[in-house]
Design a protein around this ligand. Structure first.
Ligand SMILES: *Cc1c(COP(=O)(O)O)cnc(C)c1O
Ligand code: SF4
Length: 336
């Protein structure tokens, strides 16, 4: 991981006091009832606990079943792996081995710009690929950029990860500047959970890095990953306002999660809050069947019904597309 850390500002690295990485510390911080039995023994060395304190500050003390906590706290259910759940549910491993980019859909190329996240979401479909993500470095980027340059059919570049906004400001600015010099790349899209879980990362310096004068992507699209209305407090709203002030187009994606957001009232509140903050709900993802996340799964039929109910109460633009990632298809499959 040495090389990827080099790309990350120490202020935002998981070693900083902004983050909690120990279960004991988490229990203490949130005043949770004493852990016992299987939870005490729970170790998840390949996908350790990682959560910013700013995210935990939105969780009331003493509630182990809170929908925000369920997303970040390792639980014994992760040991279960019913049939149909895999370490690489969407068939990315082999593609990523070829050099940190995914070329699945026409016209668009996804770059794994960082192997680091600001939070470890327990349901993450890349949770087992994390260690095998090529640690992005200058050399990797140079290869990725050469690949894009050589292929004029690529009109949109998507930065994903890990989380691209965990890169140090100068590194992000440099990547954007290099991409902007490729004439056929008209649009840049950044997929991130940082504005939601670590809103203090959205600094003036970061905004400058995202819009360096020589690299003005227009439009620059930021897709935020957000799953529950309680994730959006004033600090998140302020971070989103900075993006809007910079002329960045804001979209959201959410994952449908059992006991987190599988009720129509919760989703309606989430999408309404987003729209009120200038964010258009883009995708609601059916959970990718990744090993360790089976307890988060909501059956598709239930998801379809939730979307039907949302359509009855929200404006059309506030209801996202309910989609599933399917290996070998040229787009995400629309479920509702
Ligand atoms: C989801 C995804 C995209 C973007 O798809 P859109 O439908 O354009 O949002 C691109 N590449 C990969 C590998 C994806 O999984
Ligand atoms: S932020 Fe995204 S990539 Fe990182 S752990 Fe969460 S879902 Fe996975």
């Amino acid at each position: 991981m040495e090389r990827s850390i080099r790309l990350t500002d120490a202020n935002w690295s998981e070693k900083s006091p902004l983050f909690i990485t120990e279960l004991d510390e988490l229990y203490h911080y949130l005043n949770l009832p004493n852990k016992s039995g299987p939870v005490a023994r729970l170790k998840s060395p390949d996908f350790p606990l990682l959560v910013p304190k700013s995210y935990l500050s939105r969780i009331p003390k003493g509630d182990p079943e809170h929908p925000l906590l369920l997303q970040v706290m390792p639980r014994p259910e992760e040991m279960e792996c019913p049939p149909g759940f895999h370490t690489d549910p969407v068939g990315e491993d082999q593609l990523l081995q070829q050099g940190g980019t995914l070329r699945k859909y026409p016209g668009r190329l996804l770059i794994v710009a960082s192997s680091i996240c600001a939070v470890h979401c327990r349901f993450c479909f890349r949770r087992h690929l994390r260690d095998r993500l090529p640690p992005p470095d200058e050399c990797q980027w140079t290869k990725n950029l050469a690949q894009i340059e050589a292929d004029p059919s690529i009109h949109e570049v998507i930065l994903s990860g890990g989380d691209p906004l965990m890169l140090a400001d100068e590194k992000l600015a440099e990547l954007l500047a290099r991409l902007s010099r490729i004439r056929h790349v008209a649009r840049l899209r950044i997929h991130t959970r940082v504005p939601v879980v670590l809103p203090q990362r959205i600094t003036k310096a970061l905004m400058e890095a995202m819009h360096p004068s020589d690299a003005a992507f227009d439009p620059l699209i930021v897709v935020i990953h957000v799953n529950h209305p309680a994730e959006i407090d004033e600090t998140v709203a302020a971070a989103l306002a900075k993006f809007r002030a910079a002329g960045i187009v804001l979209l959201s994606q959410s994952v449908l999660l059992r006991r987190v957001n599988d009720r129509v009232e919760v989703l309606a509140e989430l999408f309404e809050r987003l729209v009120n903050l200038g964010v258009i709900p883009y995708y609601l993802h059916q959970l990718d069947r990744v090993a360790g996340a089976a307890h988060f799964e909501v059956p598709e039929a239930e998801g379809v019904e939730l979307i039907r109910q949302l359509r009855a109460i929200l404006p059309g633009y506030a209801v996202p597309r309910y989609v599933r990632e399917t290996v070998g298809e040229t787009s995400k499959r629309l479920l509702a």
